[in-house]
Design a protein. Structure first.
Length: 89
């Protein structure tokens, strides 16, 4: 991931650390990188089993964090890149 963020200055190293942790519990992974635009297109399209993304909130309101990232409404076309949806939440 060529785009660096203050909360993640080295995405490659983070991916390597996650890969090492998963290997300890028997999960084998392959780190794949893309140009930023291609990466976003693939993540938004759900073409991933795991991906690194980030989010910060300017308001401090928890809804500005959880609403965009963890609701069924945001799973299709929103910022919920994991596509996670649990209607009871």
């Amino acid at each position: 991931m060529p785009v660096q963020r203050p909360y993640n200055p080295n995405a490659k190293r983070m991916a390597e650390m996650i890969q090492a942790d998963w290997a300890k519990v028997g999960v084998q992974t392959k780190i794949v990188t893309y140009e930023w635009g291609e990466y976003l297109k693939r993540v938004k399209g759900g073409e991933h089993q795991a991906a690194l993304m980030g989010w910060t909130t300017a308001t401090g309101d928890p809804d500005n964090f959880f609403g965009p990232l963890f609701t069924c409404t945001s799973a299709n076309g929103g910022s919920n890149s994991a596509k996670w949806c649990y209607k009871a939440v």
